[in-house]
Design a protein around this ligand. Structure first.
Ligand code: NAD
Length: 367
């Protein structure tokens, strides 16, 4: 009986509300498929600050280290927004987790069912089949981490700030590996996004992508696109992409654009995969909804649990190698939503259900 050992970090506001529903779905699937769930819950974010004085308490980190994956909710909110920036829940919990586990690859499915095209700011006729693409963002390099990163006062009294964009070939190759795996599981089309007409790092990025894919994935069709064009193409015709891969800052911006065109944050999942392997020899990863803690709807029982449920499906796929189980959950979410069970964020004026009833519909669709 395979055992799924993971840490559960629900976080703040709607975090625990949607997490408990995702755990209910996992428990149902585990019963059906004879899997053993072995998870430990731990405080993170504001909950960590309130209970242990730290957004990422040591005890929480130890639970994560002992696990094969982390199922994460979301952190932060008005209660803690007056803390100094370095102590803010998101910054003081997520960034150290990314660093500690070298979570270098952020994978975000951009998924919009045809039945939900009203949720997208794009005209429905541009996306008659909905949207189904994947963004893979490098997460630990580039402009956000490069050194020097400093503000100085110059001899003439002017003030100068410097950020450094830096990439090594090995960093580009390991994110390409993730992109290649993702593209192979889909339409085998990979687009590498860069700014090679201006940036040295992008020249290296493009050359590395060309050589690496030719050598390791000749079965894929590789294309290249400048990031400014990619931003336009995403808004014009998102489905021309299948999987696109890009560096940290470009990915930060493009993945948010993708989230907007895909409609509700309540439907969007994400995976951050690490360089390390778990006890099963698979990538250690952190899996979380793309959205935040939604304080505006917290405590009302109306948050959409689908993003958290779909994040759990990603965890089964990448950190536990359970592709068929992951697909069953994804299909069940789709069946429940397209069958008409909708939380308020995706109901468009039709009757809506609460968090628990939405998860019940997913469980019913699982049989
Ligand atoms: P948000 O994503 O929490 O909410 C934006 C809008 O989307 C809100 O109207 C909210 O109600 C809605 N929404 C989000 N998730 C939903 C769901 N599951 N179901 C239905 N509606 C949903 O963004 P925000 O309001 O800018 O941020 C709130 C807090 O969350 C802030 O403290 C922010 O720092 C934090 N945050 C945390 C993470 C994270 O933990 N990774 C990510 C983003 C924001």
């Amino acid at each position: 009986m395979p055992t799924l050992k993971f840490a559960v970090l629900a976080g703040d506001y709607i975090g625990p509300e949607v997490m408990s529903e995702a755990l209910r779905v996992l428990a149902h699937v585990a019963r059906q498929e004879n899997l053993t769930l072995d998870y430990q819950e731990a405080e993170v974010g504001g909950a960590g600050i309130d209970r242990h004085g730290k957004a990422l308490p040591d005890s929480t980190l130890r639970r994560c280290e002992a696990a094969d994956a982390i199922l994460f909710g979301s952190v932060g909110g008005p209660k803690w927004e007056n803390l100094p920036p370095k102590e803010q829940p998101e910054r003081a919990a997520l960034l150290p987790l990314r660093k500690h586990f070298t979570l270098f690859a952020n994978l975000r499915p951009g998924l919009l069912y045809p039945e939900l095209t009203d949720a997208s700011p794009l005209k429905s006729e541009r996306i008659p089949q909905g949207i189904d693409i994947v963004c893979i963002r490098e997460l630990t390099g580039g402009l956000y981490f490069g050194q020097p990163k400093v503000t100085t006062t110059l001899p003439d009294g002017d003030v100068q700030a410097v950020d450094t964009m830096v990439y090594r070939r090995s960093e580009i190759e390991r994110i390409l590996d993730v992109a290649i795996t993702a593209a192979r599981g889909r339409r085998k089309k990979l687009c590498s996004v860069d700014k090679a007409n201006v940036l040295e790092t992008s020249v290296l990025w493009r050359r590395t992508a060309t050589e690496y894919v030719a050598r390791h994935a000749p079965d894929l069709t590789l294309s290249h696109m400048y990031v400014d064009n990619a931003a336009m193409q995403l808004a014009r015709d998102p489905n021309q992409f299948d999987v696109f891969v890009t560096e940290n800052m470009f990915g930060d911006i493009l993945s948010d654009e993708m989230a907007v065109i895909c409609g509700s944050l309540g439907m969007l999942s994400s995976a951050s995969l690490g360089a390390g392997r778990n006890s099963l020899g698979l990538p250690f990863g952190l899996y979380e909804p793309a959205g935040g803690t939604a304080p505006d709807i917290a405590g009302k029982g109306i948050a959409n649990p689908c993003a958290q449920i779909l994040s759990a499906a990603l965890m089964l796929r990448f950190s536990f190698g359970l592709e068929a189980t992951a697909r069953r959950i994804e299909t069940a979410v789709r069946t429940a939503v397209t069958g008409g069970t909708r939380t308020g964020d995706i109901a468009f004026g039709r009757p809506s259900v609460g968090t628990r009833a939405m998860a019940d519909a997913v469980i019913a669709a699982l049989g």
